[in-house]
Design a protein. Structure first.
Length: 243
């Protein structure tokens, strides 16, 4: 009998090992549950934060549009691309050079596609494309063009090389050369460039400006004030006053 009981009983060290394994398993399970809950809470928090940011940005865009009456810059740039195709821009910069022939061309850059110099890739062409497509500014106002020139002079917004017109089409980025060319212009030349760009994009406004006449001066001197014409006394008029 004693021998049978001895055979059926498990050694003490095996029972302790089994209990330790069960305790470790329970702890590991609890740890996994905690980690899963934390990840789920973090995922929900990130999702809520993203939704809140989108709602905030939407309200800001609406507020800007309602207060200024202007469309967002990105939408305006897309509208400008649709309204002004490349052929129109090409005609515009050609008209600018026709009116201002002393402007630097800066068209000696080599095309990546053809390996030859592209004479149509000029300073004014890149200036217009930067103004319309990169910055999304309107073409009909002097202030917008002055802001663009201020970008080139380093007095306003920073010019970025990777998005500058010609950076992907020319072997050499023309940004630094264009900035130097604009910097060489004096104030009178820059004002003439701004006025020409506005007049080319908005010819009706330019015609109205040039057709304005100064008021004409009167050809004759102002007439002297006329004196009242009283009748002169005649002989015998005094007798009419006697009773």
């Amino acid at each position: 009998m004693k021998s049978r009981l001895h055979l059926t009983q498990k050694p003490p060290h095996q029972g302790n090992k089994r209990r330790k394994e069960e305790v470790l398993f329970v702890k590991a399970k609890k740890s996994l549950v905690v980690i899963f809950k934390r990840q789920r809470i973090l995922h929900l928090a990130l999702t809520a934060l993203g939704v809140a940011i989108l709602i905030f940005l939407g309200s800001v865009d609406k507020g800007v549009a309602n207060s200024s009456g202007a469309m967002p810059r990105a939408s305006f740039a897309i509208a400008q691309k649709t309204a002004l195709p490349s052929s129109t821009v090409r005609n515009v910069w050609k008209q600018v050079y026709q009116k201002l022939p002393n402007l630097p061309l800066e068209n000696k850059y080599v095309s990546r596609e053809t390996g030859k110099v592209n004479p149509d890739n000029t300073l004014v062409d890149r200036l217009i494309r930067y103004h319309l497509y990169v910055k999304g500014r309107g073409p009909n106002y002097r202030l917008d063009w002055k802001l663009t020139l201020a970008d080139y002079l380093g007095a306003n917004e920073l010019l970025q090389e990777n998005v500058y017109p010609g950076a992907d089409a020319l072997r050499q980025n023309p940004l630094e050369g264009d900035r130097a060319a604009i910097a060489r212009l004096n104030r009178k030349q820059r004002d003439a460039l701004v006025q020409t760009l506005v007049s080319v994009f908005n010819p009706n406004s330019a015609a109205a400006t040039t057709d304005t006449k100064t008021p004409s001066q009167p050809s004759t001197a102002p007439s002297q004030p006329t004196q009242p014409n009283f009748p002169q006394p005649k002989p015998g008029d005094a007798q009419l006053l006697q009773p």
